[in-house]
Every structure is written in structure tokens, then in C-alpha cells.
Design a protein around this ligand. Structure first.
Ligand code: PLP
Length: 459
């Protein structure tokens, strides 16, 4: 690495995220300098097909000028304001109206009626937890505070969101979970964990029974809320087995436990419908969303809450004299303007419909890899998919974790000009929603070449 190179400057100053920091001292970071549609370019001019839309998020790709224009116009009108102390601004109102008009259906008779803006998905999930506690204190249920997530669920990296996250690596040595209020139930990875002859439906029943057993063991009077991503993203793009959410929701209703849908990845057309909750008939009490809310051109996220929860906030605030929380940059006008323009573009360009139309080509191209000796399973919905690498498909034998096969595939793909994400040995794909069928072909071709090279290196 040249001493004054950009890589050296990066290494001298920045602590990277989700990275093996000591190993990176040797290689340095790949620094991106530009984008064009579904492609990004590094500082050497190398082009990459962004098979992950950045962080499952840049839904409109990397060169949408209409969003730059929206940001510039808002910066000239009102570059900053907030929503503290009974003040606000129109960019937030315009966005909130548009977002709530397209919100998923809440529980029957209890629509999602209000929104709290934030800057990240983690913050939305933290707030959802705080609100569940706040509401149960008001209702005279001070014991009903436990929060259930799922193993391998991902909900962010602030203290509460990371506690809720079910990935051991996110807890280890960070002294998390922060308290024993955070619990994790089994995750519905049918391919990996089904027993011989167990159907998806039977497996879903077993998962719902696991949840019920956990709630009963803890005492239903102590359990406040359950969080789930409609499709588990960071866990490896895991689609739920048939009937899973129907059965999970029956358990939650039985024990009066809130359902918080984490739509941070699935929201805004990713699963072929506006929301993952639409795709899987989830009727949530609160919904977190972010990432594609602004096509990731600005940091903004939103927590939508049901009218019942809103009524409880009104009561608590009257009782206590204030609703005592808020973030300086929440509902930032520039972010709101960009997000509103994003939602308009989704409509004008029929982006969700396009995603649904490209989905069969996308899933078909990846399913075509099932003939490859390294591939055990391919699953997906809309424009999210996971490819499970296996040492022995017939006997469902995994690679040893030390072999780091997933990471090797991710790195080789990058060398080939394709950006994908390994979650263990599950390789995830969530390209920008604007991807075309020919780009899908290109993506699958680059990935097959990557798998061939990996197989050669392994044998
Ligand atoms: N929830 C889910 C499902 C996510 O995938 C993520 C991030 O990847 C988050 C929450 C956290 O969002 P953020 O990184 O914006 O805090």
C-alpha cells in the first residue's frame, strides 16, 4: 500500500464496521467513488454490480438525480429544523402523510396512524422497545416488559437493538444483552433444521410451539412484545416457511403480546409487495422501516405506531407533563424531502411493480445454480434471495466454520466485480429494485464463475 494513498489515509483514520480490523491492516479498504444505476465504481475505476444495493438499501441504484435535486431544493428552503417543543415543518408532514397512506394494515380496528421519525433502523427499534415499556407502565402492567426476538434475527446495533438481535457475535464481549428482559426464540430456517419428512407447515407449527413454550416458561404477564423481520435478512435472507406468521400471530394474540414488524429491509417493494407484512399477512402493532425509505440517499427511518399505542402516549404525556424523548436530527427536512421524493418515484416509475415483474427472472437465475455442487438450497421472494452453500447437499452437511467458505465466496465475487453478502455460508442477494432482467443474468453469471473458482480452490 503506497504511504500517501487513499487506502493508507483511510486506515490511518477510520474504524470500519463489521470488519476484521486487524486483517484489514494488510489489505486496506476498497474505496468507492461513484455509481451508475446498479453499478458502483472504486477509485481505480473498477466496476461492481451491487448485488446488495449497498446495505440492502439503495433501492433506486446509485445515480438517481431526482433525489439530488430534491435535497438541493429543500436545503435552499429550510436546511434544518426539528420536531421538538410543538414545532415542526412541512417536509415532515408531507412525508408522514404519504408514508401512512401506504402503511401496512395494522391489527383489525387498530390502524397504524402515527409516525416517529429517526435516522436509523436501530433507533426505531430502540424506540419501539421503549414505547412497549412506557405503554405497559401506563396500563398498570409493570411486569410485562420482556421482549422476544429470534435467533439470528438482526435489529441493529444500539444497546437495545443489539440485545434484541439474535446473533452471538453482536453480543460477545460487548456485555449484551443489556438485561434479562431480552429473549430469543428459535428461527424458522426450514431447510437447515427440518427433521426428516417434516413439512414446512409442520415445521412452522413447531416454531410457534417453541414461542408459546418460551412465553409460558417466562409467564405471559412478563412478555411485552415480539419482533420479527418478515424475511430474516442479516441471518441469511431466510424466507419464512408456509403458515409460519399465521401461527406465530395466533400465539401472540393469545397472550396479548405486541407484534413489531421490522421492515427495515423488507419495506418498500423488496418482497414484491409494498411491505413484507403484505406478503406474509402480518398485522403489526408497530412497524420499523428505514433504508429504502429514502433509497438510502439520506439517513432517515420511521417507526409507525398503532392508534392504540398513540392514545397511550397521549395519556402518559398528559400524566407526566411531557413526552420525554427526541433526536436532534429526527425528521431532518432534507432527509424528509428526499424520502418523499423517493416514495413519489416508486409510484411514478412503478418501481414495486417492476421488482415484482423481475422477480421470477431473479429467482429463476439463482435457482438455476442448484446444479452446482456447492449449492444446497436457494430461496427467496421478490428481489431478496439467499443461496446456502453446503459441503454435501444430499446429506445436508455444512462446511466447517473455520473454512470460512462464505467469506471466501464473498471476496472472490468482489474480485469478479459482484458485491454480495455472506452470512456464514449463506450468500445474500438484494440488488437495487431497478435491476433489469439482463443485469440479473449478468449477476448470476458472475456468481456462477465465483462458485466454480471456489470449488476449484477447495478441491
Ligand atoms: N433491522 C433490520 C432488519 C436491519 O437489517 C437493519 C440493518 O441492516 C437494522 C434493523 C438496523 O438499521 P440501521 O443500520 O439503519 O440502524
Amino acid at each position: 500500500m503506497l504511504p500517501n494513498s487513499n487506502r493508507a489515509r483511510d486506515l490511518a483514520t477510520i474504524v470500519h464496521q463489521q470488519t476484521e480490523l486487524s486483517g484489514m491492516r494488510e489489505t486496506g479498504a476498497t474505496l468507492m467513488t461513484g455509481g451508475d444505476g446498479v453499478y458502483v465504481f472504486d477509485e481505480d475505476g473498477k466496476r461492481y454490480l451491487e448485488g446488495m444495493a449497498g446495505m440492502w438499501s439503495a433501492s433506486l441504484g446509485f445515480s438517481e438525480k431526482r433525489l439530488a435535486e430534491a435535497a438541493y431544493a429543500q436545503m435552499q428552503d429550510l436546511p434544518y429544523y426539528h420536531t421538538f417543543h410543538s414545532r415542526g415543518h412541512l417536509a415532515a408532514v408531507d412525508l408522514a402523510e404519504k408514508l401512512l397512506a401506504m402503511a401496512p394494515a395494522g391489527r383489525p380496528g387498530n390502524p397504524l396512524s402515527k409516525v416517529l421519525f429517526h435516522c436509523s433502523g436501530s433507533e426505531c427499534n430502540d424506540t419501539a422497545i421503549k414505547l412497549a415499556w412506557y405503554v405497559n407502565n401506563l396500563r398498570g402492567r409493570p411486569e410485562k416488559k420482556k421482549i422476544i426476538g429470534r435467533q439470528m434475527g438482526y435489529h441493529g446495533c444500539t444497546i437495545a437493538a443489539a440485545s434484541l438481535t439474535g446473533m452471538p457475535g453482536m453480543h460477545r464481549e460487548f456485555d449484551l444483552p443489556i438485561s434479562d428482559r431480552f429473549l430469543h426464540t428459535s428461527f424458522p430456517h426450514w431447510y437447515r433444521f427440518h427433521e426428516e419428512g417434516e413439512s414446512e407447515e409442520d415445521f412452522a407449527t413447531r416454531m410457534a410451539e417453541d414461542l408459546e413454550t418460551l412465553i409460558l416458561a417466562e409467564g405471559p404477564e412478563t412478555v411485552a412484545a415480539f419482533f420479527a423481520e418478515p424475511v430474516q435478512g442479516g441471518g441469511g435472507a431466510l424466507t419464512p416457511p408456509r403458515t409460519y406468521f399465521e401461527k406465530i400471530q395466533a400465539v401472540l394474540r393469545k397472550y396479548d403480546v405486541l407484534f413489531i414488524a421490522d421492515e427495515v429491509i423488507c419495506g418498500f417493494g423488496r418482497t414484491g409487495n409494498p411491505w413484507g407484512s403484505d406478503t406474509y399477512a402480518i398485522r403489526p402493532d408497530m412497524v420499523s422501516c428505514g433504508k429504502a425509505l429514502s433509497a438510502s440517499y439520506q439517513p432517515i427511518s420511521a417507526l409507525m405506531i398503532s392508534e392504540e399505542i398513540h392514545q397511550a402516549l397521549l395519556e402518559q404525556s398528559a400524566r407526566l407533563g411531557n413526552f420525554s424523548m427526541g433526536f436532534t436530527f429526527a425528521a431532518h427536512p432534507v432527509a424528509c424531502a428526499v424520502a418523499r421524493r423517493t416514495l413519489e418515484i416508486y409510484e411514478e416509475d412503478r418501481v414495486f411493480e417492476h421488482a415484482a415483474e423481475v422477480s421470477p427472472a431473479f429467482l429463476g437465475a439463482l435457482e438455476g445454480l442448484m446444479d452446482h455442487p456447492l449449492v444446497g438450497d436457494v430461496r427467496g421472494v421478490g428481489l431478496i434471495a439467499g443461496v446456502e452453500l453446503m459441503a454435501d447437499r444430499a446429506r445436508r452437511v455444512q462446511f466447517a466454520p473455520e473454512a470460512k467458505v462464505g467469506t471466501r465466496v464473498q471476496e472472490r465475487a468482489m474480485a469478479n466485480g459482484l458485491l454480495v453478502r455472506a452470512s456464514g455460508d449463506r450468500i445474500c442477494f438484494t440488488p437495487p429494485l431497478i435491476i433489469t432482467p439482463s443485469q440479473v443474468e449478468e449477476m448470476a453469471g458472475l456468481f456462477r464463475r465465483t462458485l466454480d473458482q471456489t470449488l476449484d480452490a477447495l478441491t
